[in-house]
Ligand binder design. Structure first.
Ligand code: FAD
Length: 532
């Protein structure tokens, strides 16, 4: 694990970030796109320059050892990693900072923090890696009945407690980060194989709480499928589900907490289904004349029963932006893996499915093809992308992503409408054209998950409202076309207006009733998913 403090502004730890070459590459592409010679670059406030209001409550002596009101801790826990989070950070606006940050080491300490916070009329914000991109960890308690906010950071509860080799599962604490989790499983020859793009700086508890989507493009796409059982500390006590490979005993308790985004309690540990480490691989890149043709090939592969580990398609612009292509073709990055058997025949058959739609494979798909050429360039860009915001936001570049899912028969209509609405909104909000691109991250037998990226040149002082206008128009179009407000980025506070339109009203009432049972004071992450 890298050492050093987490940055108060940016991704990862102090000292990490884009290299000069990466910055040059990004700015060259952006200068070309916006037709400008340079950017209006503003300095990022140093921690010493940030004004954070004094804490509104003091932890009791019994909790003093695990609580802090240190400015760095409070700044790091003020926001997640969304575009508006970076904008407010750049402006030195840390008004939502939590009053206290707690680092519990066990469930008893979590229960004690919840007891104290409840008595002090404080809201409690569960915090994993803080990689939320939808306002999920921001203590937004203005105009509420809460007098203060306590963030509970799970970093001290980050071990693999037990490995069951027979059933191929492990009991893992919720605060464990991706790299530490994989490092602990590796000696057992096992892996969770769940790699969201935020893998390095996000946690198991956060993944479960947000129903995160990993690198598997088919079959095991969401963390949901890996959860065997879990344990949650709520203000009203502990909930623990039974370890079972499957069960038909009524609605699943696991499913109530998977995706609950911290509003019911804190996920402290979970038994997770694991896999043997893959030994056989095949992969490569297939080129298509256009994106919709690539999407039809993706459908053929998704419905073939082959289940590739990776089956992403990039439109020509996205391929160009990531350096994976020259902008003339749509690209499919395809990969198979197995711990048990060679997968070259699966790869060969998938390439045949693509060829039926005019796809031309770059290579025959050797075992290292996923680490070569365009596939490797795409992979590197994917891994490094999280560092982009801290470089681009200070230059008034508005760059963001949003993602959805839709059944195949409605995909092309949704894509056209969302592209048009977002393109128009960029022009309206910034007075100049920007760019919108799309890739497909996950493929199901009945549909796919399109992931949109937009770039616009904004204006310092107006970046927040400009971004909001573009994002709102985009999500309006997504919901109008029948998509989901999020395929894997969660709801948080920022996606509420669209989630409220998507979610059946009686289901909202059922969620509220469940919350009342486990959190009668409504103190857990108020404003997320439902009204307190
Ligand atoms: C650059 C970047 C790339 C990303 N890529 C992906 C991706 O590929 N796939 C994907 O799914 N998401 C992605 N995300 C979104 C984000 O990483 C996920 O939502 C992730 O699951 C959040 O995990 P976390 O530990 O950082 O949780 P946090 O951001 O700390 O919290 C997220 C939510 O979960 C709650 N929570 C956290 N821990 C617990 C717990 N132990 N118990 C109860 N509630 C808890 C919080 O209160 C909050 O509501 C990305 C984000 C960024 C910034």
């Amino acid at each position: 694990m890298p050492q050093g403090r987490r940055k108060h502004y940016g991704w990862g730890r102090e000292g990490e970030g884009f290299s000069d070459d990466e910055k040059d590459f990004a700015f060259e592409r952006l200068r070309e796109r916006f037709g400008v010679d340079g950017f209006d670059q503003r300095p990022v406030p140093r921690l010493a320059d940030i004004a954070i209001a004094p804490p509104r409550l003091t932890p009791p002596a019994s909790l003093a050892g695990i609580c802090t009101t240190d400015t760095h801790d409070r700044a790091v826990h003020t926001y997640g990693k969304s575009y508006p989070d970076y904008v407010r950070g750049l402006m030195g606006d840390y008004r939502p900072a939590p009053d206290v940050v707690a680092y519990p080491r066990n469930e008893a300490e979590i229960a004690a923090v919840l007891d104290w916070a409840g008595g002090a009329q404080a809201a409690v914000i569960p915090f994993g890696g803080g990689s939320s991109v939808c306002g999920g960890v921001e203590p937004r308690i203005d105009n509420s009945r809460f007098k203060a906010a306590v963030t509970v950071d799970m970093a001290q509860m980050g071990t693999v407690v037990e490995v069951d080799r027979t059933s191929r599962a492990a009991l893992i604490e919720g605060g464990i980060y991706g790299p530490a989790l994989e490092a602990a499983l590796r000696p057992h020859g096992l892996t969770l194989r769940h790699f969201p793009q935020s893998f390095e700086y996000s946690t198991l508890g956060g993944w479960i709480a947000t129903r995160s989507g990993g690198h598997f493009a088919t079959l095991y796409t969401h963390i949901d499928d890996f959860v065997e059982s879990l344990r949650v500390v709520t203000p009203n006590g502990v909930v623990e589900s039974r370890r079972l490979p499957g069960s038909g005993a009524g609605p699943s308790p696991d499913r109530l907490f998977i995706g609950s985004e911290g509003i019911f309690g804190i996920i402290t540990r979970a038994w997770m289904r694991l896999q043997d480490r893959p030994r056989f691989r095949a992969g490569g890149v297939v080129r298509f004349p256009d994106f919709f043709t690539a999407a039809r090939a993706l459908r053929a592969v998704a419905q073939s029963g082959l289940y590739p580990a990776n089956c992403r398609i990039l439109d020509p612009r996205e391929a160009y932006n990531t350096g994976a292509g020259d902008g003339s073709a749509a690209i499919m990055v395809l990969a198979f893996e197995s711990a048990d058997h060679p997968v070259a025949p699966w790869m060969a058959r998938a390439i045949e499915c693509c060829a039926d739609h005019g796809g031309i494979a770059d290579a025959a798909g050797g075992p290292d093809a996923h680490r070569e050429g365009a596939a490797e360039r795409w992979r590197t860009a994917f891994i490094r992308m999280p560092y982009a915001h801290e470089v681009l936001v200070p230059c008034a570049v508005i760059n963001d992503t949003f993602e959805t899912a839709i059944t195949f028969e409605r995909f092309e209509t949704l894509h056209r409408q969302v592209m048009a609405a977002t393109t128009q909104a960029i022009a309206d909000a910034t007075g100049r054209p920007g760019s919108v691109s799309c890739r497909v991250t996950h493929a199901y037998p009945d549909g796919l998950a399109p992931y949109f990226t937009f770039h616009a040149l904004g204006r310092h002082g107006s970046l927040g409202p400009q971004w909001q206008a573009i994002k709102s128009a985009a999500l309006d179009a997504v919901i109008a076309a029948g998509g989901t407000v999020t395929h894997h980025h969660a709801v948080g506070r920022d996606h509420r207006p669209w989630y409220d339109r998507q979610r059946p009203p009686l289901f909202a009432a059922a969620l509220s009733a469940a919350k009342q049972a486990v959190d009668p004071l409504g103190m857990m992450n108020p404003g997320v998913l439902i009204d307190p």
